[in-house]
Design a protein around this ligand. Structure first.
Ligand code: ADP
Length: 478
């Protein structure tokens, strides 16, 4: 079989960008991305794509209607495809066994059942969603139990390593592509088919093939290792604040060791999209009766939570231990820059705590839609009284109006535009004393202090000049 048609089930953060790049790099392959959600597909077919990723718009514009299609006609796409990607969502279970930790595989299962019902010819089914180890086996069980005569399936695991905000670059210049499959001749042939697609732009030596379970576990392991580095440096940021060390200096010094390297050593407010995967790993370890391993990885998640709470507590404490009746500006709501995604964003934690303490919030993010912010902050998991929350928050379309009459700025996302704002102008429209809490360590703190701001950040204690301290600066308040 030579793959001529691909169907991708799930038009989300993974399926959309991945298939756009495949369509770009493989002009002879017909790629159809399908989704149950009509509104999502309509957005993919419009000028305003449902997700923001640098470079994505251009690729979609170039390929859409040529060999890239977005459709709700799932049946036709599955019937015609030689290879099907499953890239549906795998949220953390909210009820039942493994609640709060185990991934909910109902969408993966739903997609597998749909394929079994529709398919009339052999298919290579590729699991792309991040799934627990041995999920491929469950997909195979569903497919074989509902198999039609003469139809056979090969299941491959091909985890996605793209990072939101740099997804297109990560796909085009991937460090590696991982493909796991059955060790039988048919399994190997299916792996070769998928290799052939990636080889359109990825050198063969960067395509690593393994058995299915190694591939599934590698995805979780890679994210767990990255999260562990962030939690490690964040834990040290607390030590820096208590000792006068500067976490950026410590990170640079440590990262210069070639055995360690400099990447993923940036301390910050915490919060990342890895949480789901690590919790998934913890749950697997518990199920495998490996409690010590589970506890080890759980601590990586706990440190991430601690960092968010520690930062928010610092905000409240600095504002004289009360934010009730005060206005706080949240700059940045996405979980990181260059994405509109708010899943696991630390901004939700910060906003929720400040709202619980009675603050009024003015929020601005360059890419997150207003509706999404309201949705996140009034979600039942976060708030008991949506009406009260709605009254206490307002969303702005520029940073300057979001800062007017505000007592403090809390910077939650490292958007580049926040580095170049006119902070003189902002200082003059804010209430005094005016505070800046830089949760991402991106601002020029000395300049802000010189303007008159009280500034706090992560992993470093900033000193105001002596004179100001005697004049009632925050640093000398006892
Ligand atoms: P991810 O970040 O993993 O890509 P998203 O939530 O962004 O996850 O996207 C997953 C998409 O999969 C959603 O748009 C959802 O509607 C879609 N989806 C879930 N189940 C199915 C299904 N059985 N058939 C088609 N689409 C599905």
């Amino acid at each position: 079989m030579v793959v001529k048609k691909i169907c991708c089930v799930g038009a989300g953060y993974v399926g959309g960008p991945t298939c756009s790049v495949i369509a770009l790099k493989c002009p002879e392959i017909h790629v159809t991305v399908v989704d149950l959600s009509k509104s999502r597909i309509d957005q993919w077919n419009s000028d305003k794509l449902p997700i923001y990723e640098p470079g994505l718009d251009e690729i979609v514009k170039q390929c859409r209607g040529r060999n890239l299609f977005f459709s709700t006609d799932i049946e036709t796409a599955i019937l015609e495809a030689d290879l099907i990607f499953i890239s549906v969502n795998t949220p953390t279970k909210t009820i039942g066994n493994g609640k709060g930790r185990a991934p909910d595989l109902k969408y993966v299962e739903g997609a597998a059942r749909m394929i079994a019902e529709i398919a009339q010819s052999d298919k290579i089914v590729v699991e792309k969603s991040t799934v627990p180890v041995r999920a491929a086996e469950s997909i195979l069980k569903i497919l074989s139990a509902n198999q039609k005569p003469g139809v056979s399936y090969q299941i491959l695991s091909n985890p996605e390593f793209l990072a939101e905000g740099t997804a297109i670059n990560d796909l085009i210049n991937a460090d590696r592509v991982l493909i796991g499959g059955e060790e039988s001749p048919k399994g190997k042939a299916a792996i070769e088919e998928l290799c052939g697609i990636y080889e359109h732009w990825i050198p063969r030596e960067k395509i690593f093939t393994t058995n299915t379970w190694s591939s599934e576990l590698s995805k979780l392991a890679a994210n767990a290792m990255l999260a562990q580095r962030i939690s490690s440096i964040n834990s040290l940021s607390a030590v820096c604040e208590a000792t006068g060390a500067d976490v950026s200096e410590v990170a640079t010094a440590v990262g210069l060791d070639s055995r360690i390297g400099s990447k993923f050593l940036q301390a910050s407010i915490g919060g990342s999209c890895f949480q789901k995967d690590i919790l998934n790993l913890v749950y697997i370890c518990e199920c495998l009766n490996l409690p010590e391993v589970a506890a080890y990885w759980q601590q990586v998640v706990d440190m991430n939570e601690y960092q968010k709470s520690r930062f928010t507590a610092k905000v409240i404490q600095s504002l004289f231990n009360t934010v009730s009746g005060k206005t706080v500006t949240i700059l940045g709501f996405a979980f990181k820059k260059n994405t509109g995604d708010t899943r696991e964003t630390p901004a939700i934690h910060v906003a929720k705590t400040l709202l619980d303490e009675g603050a009024t919030l003015k929020i601005y993010d360059p890419k997150v839609e207003e509706d999404q912010i309201y949705y996140d902050l009034t979600h039942p998991a976060v708030c008991e009284s949506p009406e009260t929350v709605k009254k206490a928050i307002s969303v702005y379309h520029d940073a300057y109006s979001a800062c007017e009459n505000s007592h403090a700025i809390v910077l939650c996302t490292e958007w580049d535009e926040f580095k170049t704002l006119d902070y003189h102008k902002i200082y003059h429209v804010m209430m005094k004393p005016a505070y800046v809490f830089d949760g991402r360590k991106i601002l020029d703190h000395q300049t802000l202090i010189d303007i008159g701001f009280h500034v706090q950040t992560i992993g470093k204690t900033l000193q105001r000049p002596l004179l100001t301290r005697f004049c009632g600066g925050n640093t000398c308040m006892h």
